[in-house]
Design a protein. Structure first.
Lengths: 424, 332
């Protein structure tokens, strides 16, 4: 089945390439196809490891894959720019889960996977629903990974501060977020020069990872200002910042990357995909990390979708690659090499996943930690401006780290959010 | 007046005008008509490509932006493209604190980057105007920052102004208890952005001043030094007055450049939220526009910002123009 699909896709591509349009089937099946894929972070490869693409190229002669990687914000901005302009997107574009609802309003700009013979039953209904139009008629992207939450920590820094380093003992020390912050106080007192966590914004998002409704409610209304969960997460983060626990390194900035390498913080809220991020950014810290349970026991942060913009010239070949990249076999490989956790629940039981322990993270049983975290994780509700709101909170918490009064910071964040996510 | 009237050719008699011209005559008339078209029409034909391109890339976007600015278009809200909201975006903008903040930042950064930049350029140009060893090399050297891409400049300056492992904080270490967070304070971030702008543009202005200086006749300096004027007096009383038109030109160009400042503050905010600092400490008007357009997807509102900035620029250019006229008339 797959083979015939590929042939069909090659024919389809060749049709476009030779620009003969109408249903002629005289196209050259050996036509070379270069598929471009735009990603942010480590979706399918690490900077020095593109074995997954190589494997696909080997199995599909005539297909060449070119990956273009940019940072999170730039990636999504460029995608929107090129969709609006009607040209310039890659053949495949990755969209983060918090951003995807902003694109669902433009279903005509993407290939509808509902019409592409995809077995959507392999994912949970809610995962598919997030990338679908409200009527369920159009699915704009295929789910890649899921971001079960854990807490990564530096065993060497813990030892210096006289804290236990064993992951079970550590997990027991922070069964709630309050305990996590309390332990942070203990740590900073004993480890001058090192902070407890990386950035307020990062902690804040991690805390909210256990909540179903955060910025929007299930009906799609903006509830950020009245939602107790949001305010609680804010207050907890502010308390930790005021106790001097934050390294105040804005997430995904170059300073943040340096922070990993220099050991400027001892813990970081760790969605599964963060494993790849740390390995890619601070390869020298191998063996100094370990993974404990997330305070509260469960949560989810992020995950992505692969989309095929409908302006692409190689749509059929791109759809074929998207299906292959998101298939269970590939997701398992990605988990083992990069850390991105498979979104298909069926894979979690397989020994390859369940028995996987990460060498980089001191042999932490990642294959057990993340499914446990996801077991009770809620299905989070996102709205069209979820990404913008998250960014606003990160900025506001960063301003608290820089000395702004927390109440003022909250106030101005609310104003910004109302302006961005209000009526116009 | 009368002399001119005299030169008007007498009108031919009615008869000759009515009579159909014979072939050679007609050909000549055709030729002269062609000639007249050529003389009158050709200049327009020559400038047509510019105006054609301007219409496509200048006028059309301007008008289209104005149209968008009366909608609440956001790609994240299906159907919002066609909803007209009149001038709502503009009234909202007038009471938008973030916009006011962006205006203040733009003018603030504009002043502390343009003034030292032009003064420095003037001084350096004066020095380069002397007979120096390796003069050509030095003159080309000042242009190096200008031909370096802003992105590369920002990369270096982000390292210099970094909070934790920054070069400048390393130098300041003995004098400060805590490392300075250059992005946290308004004045510090303004200084950092201005440093980038100054670094980039000083060489360019230096070259313009230098070129103007070389047109000043040497005899002026010669006679001044015979009269006993020292170098400083020569600079103040000969060089500066002679450069006046050039200075006015650079002031206007730099002012317009400062109003549209974008790349430096954009690259200085490493979070890529386009917020210009956690609390918009160094968010300029164009960066605010960019944030509203790209990050927040508010096309209509961003278009209104673009048009407002355009109008502000026109007003300031007019003020500049009036000032220039006054300086000129003071000259007479």
């Amino acid at each position: 089945m797959r083979k015939s699909g590929i042939v069909a896709s090659l024919v389809g591509t060749a049709l476009v390439l030779t620009a003969c349009g109408g249903g002629s089937d005289s196209a050259d099946p050996n036509g070379e196809v270069t598929l471009t894929i735009n990603v942010f972070g480590d979706s399918f490869s690490l900077p020095d490891n593109r074995s997954l693409y190589d494997e696909y190229e080997k199995a599909h002669s005539g297909v060449k894959i070119v990956e273009n990687r940019s940072d999170f914000g730039t990636h999504h901005q460029n995608l929107q720019a090129r969709l609006t302009a009607g040209s310039g997107t890659a053949d495949l574009e990755v969209i983060e889960v918090g951003q995807v609802s902003g694109y669902i309003g433009q279903p005509d700009k993407f290939v509808n996977f509902k019409e592409k013979d995809v077995d959507t039953g392999q994912w949970t209904e809610s995962t598919v629903q997030r990338a679908s139009t409200p009527d369920g008629g159009t699915l704009i992207g295929l789910p890649t990974d899921i971001g079960g939450l854990a807490m990564c920590y530096r065993t060497d820094l813990f030892a210096q501060a006289g804290l236990p380093t064993n992951r079970d003992e550590v997990s027991a020390l922070w069964s709630t977020w309050d305990e996590y912050v309390a332990l942070g106080d203990q740590f900073v007192a004993k480890a001058p020069g090192v902070k407890w966590f990386d950035a307020g914004g990062h902690l804040f998002t991690g805390v909210l990872g256990a909540e179903k409704e955060t910025y929007y409610n299930a009906e799609g209304d903006l509830v950020v200002e009245t939602n107790k969960a949001v305010k609680n997460a804010w207050d907890l983060t502010v308390r930790a910042i005021e106790d001097g626990q934050s390294a105040a390194l804005p997430e995904f900035s170059p300073e943040w990357n340096t922070g990993f390498q220099q050991g400027q913080f001892a813990t970081i809220t760790c969605p599964a995909w963060m494993m790849g991020y740390i390995q890619g950014n601070a390869a020298d810290t191998k063996g100094k990390w370990d993974i404990a349970k997330i305070p509260g026991g469960s949560g989810n942060w992020g995950g992505s979708y692969v989309t095929v913009p409908s302006q692409g010239k190689n749509q059929d070949a791109a759809v074929e690659l998207a299906k292959w990249l998101t298939a269970p076999e590939q997701n398992i490989k990605l988990f083992k090499s990069i850390g991105n956790f498979p979104s298909q629940k069926s894979t979690w039981e397989q020994p390859e996943v369940a028995d996987f322990a990460s060498e980089f993270f001191s042999g932490a049983p990642a294959g057990k930690i993340f499914p446990e975290s996801l077991e009770n994780a809620p299905v989070q509700v996102y709205g069209p401006q979820s990404g913008v709101i998250g960014g606003t909170f990160s900025g506001a918490l960063n301003s608290v780290e820089q000395g702004t009064d927390p109440d003022e910071a909250w106030e101005s964040a609310m104003n910004d959010i109302k302006a961005a996510a209000g009526d116009g | 007046m009368t002399a001119r009237l005299d030169r008007v050719p007498p009108t031919p008699p009615e008869e000759t005008r009515r009579r159909p011209a014979d072939p050679p005559h007609r050909r000549q008339a055709w030729r002269s008509r062609l000639y007249r078209w050529d003389v009158k029409g050709s200049p327009y034909l020559y400038i047509l490509p510019f105006f054609g391109l301007f219409a496509v890339f200048g006028l059309f976007p301007l008008v289209y932006t104005a149209v968008i600015s009366t909608t609440s278009w956001s790609p994240r809200k299906p159907g919002s493209e066609d909803v007209s909201v009149g001038l709502d975006n503009y009234t909202k903008l007038l009471s938008d604190d973030s916009f006011h903040n962006a205006l203040i930042n733009t003018f603030g950064i504009g002043i502390i980057s343009t003034v030292p930049q032009l003064l420095l350029a003037l001084g350096i140009a004066h020095l380069l105007n002397y007979k120096l060893r390796g003069r050509l090399f030095l003159r080309m050297g000042v242009l190096v920052p200008y031909i370096t891409s802003v992105a590369a400049v920002a990369l270096i300056f982000n390292q210099i102004f970094a909070r934790d492992f920054g070069l400048l904080n390393w130098f300041l270490q003995p004098f400060m208890d805590n490392p300075l967070d250059w992005r946290a304070e308004k004045w510090a971030s303004w200084l950092a952005v201005s440093a980038m702008v100054t670094w980039h543009w000083t060489g360019y202005n230096t070259l313009i001043y230098l070129a103007a200086m070389q047109t000043i006749p040497y005899e002026l300096y010669e006679s001044a030094s015979i009269d006993g004027a020292n170098k400083w007096q020569q600079f103040w009383h000969i060089t500066i007055p002679s450069l006046r038109p050039t200075i006015i030109f650079t002031v206007i160009v730099s002012t317009i450049g400062a109003l549209q400042l974008f790349a430096e503050p954009f690259l200085f905010d490493t979070t890529r939220n386009n917020n210009g600092g956690s609390e918009r400490q160094f968010q300029t008007v164009v960066l605010y526009l960019y944030q509203q357009f790209w990050t927040n997807g508010r096309y209509g509102y961003a278009a209104a910002i673009a048009w407002t900035l355009f109008l502000i620029t026109v007003v300031i250019a007019l003020v500049n123009f009036l000032l220039v006229r006054r300086i000129r008339s003071a000259d007479d």
